[in-house]
Design a protein around this ligand. Sequence first.
Ligand SMILES: [Zn+2]
Length: 422
Amino acid sequence: MGKKSSESADKKQQVKKVEIRKVIKQKKRKRKVRKVIDVFAAIVVFGCFAAAVGYPLVNDMVSVNHLTGEEPIGDVRTTDVSGEDAVEPTEETSVNNYEIITVDNDDVFKGCMILVNENYPFKNGNDADIVTLYDEKNESYSVSGMEIGLQSEAVEPLNNMLNAFYEETGHNDILIVAGFRTLEQQQALYDEDLERTGLDTSTLVALPGHSEHESGYALDFSLFFDDGTSGDYDGTGDYEWIDEHCADYGYILRYPSDKTEITKIQYESWHYRYVGKPHAYYIMQKGICYEEYMEEIKNYSADSPFEIVDSDGEAYAVYYVPAETEKSVTYVPLISDKPYTISGNNSDGFIVTIDLKEKRELVSYTTPAEDITGITTDEYGNVVTNSKDDTMGITTDEYGDVVKNDDEDSGSFETTTVPAVG
Ligand SMILES: [Zn+2]
């Protein structure tokens, strides 16, 4: 999301002539209608005053045209979810304030917003954008091995976050012990656990294909101190800073203590997931889990987008576009000519995020304190603390079985045998 990719240059931007012709026809028709409306308005509403005030109003309204038609009604371009996201506005888009791009339906399974869990397996086996964290990291943290990988777009935000944490607290002892995992590695961890327990299924390791680590957007933290000792990362004390600020860098605490019934994963103080900035901010402020957010976002369409104002007062428009079921591509309407990103949701559609490049008053998305447990907020609505003391235990389901934990590695991390790298 938002990354500059040289691949996009290779993507053929095929303009469909037939559709373009339709588009031109529709535009001509629209312009006629608009002219009639404009003339009518000019006559009826106080002559000069209407011409001065009414016309710009009518023009502005074009940006909220209904976009429910079968055929695209804007400029048609072909792109890829992982491709170059920022659109160079053309004369046409600046007149209409939007265009339509076509997205391959396979891209439903790609992008930083994909929801991977028990119900939605990770399907996109393409690891082309995974980079080695050891090569990309800064000095503010360590990695447990040179093989720890992460999606490239999530690296700079991570570096910035841990650098800010270091500057704020003086701690450079965060150790990243897990990142990207291949299906084979997940399978190996799973098999290992079965062997260890002698059981048929694992209650500790996520089923291969269903671990968020396979997406390359998830990380596990541990601690490694200067004196060579180590500790578990529990997100308390100085480390609370991370939960308070991770959303500013597009990261969320993926498995919060009060959402285990939805995530089906026990509270994991050490597992962070990159989803992009405005989304992370809303999720962390509202105190919801990612499953809930991805459900909520489906209520917003291009016709009525969701506006999120982030911690800097930057406004974003967010909406869901269901994937076409009858075709191999989906027409994704853009409601603005501003920079945008598109990510699949890993099941049935796409999430469009448009950076409106507009400043707003800060908005508090925090749910009233009585509605949730364990989250405290300050006067700006920022999450101050998560109460964690009651959540360190294993979570069990209604049968008393241990709810599965996908973070076996953080438990098996051995300080004596796994030295910090970098
Ligand atoms: Zn994890």
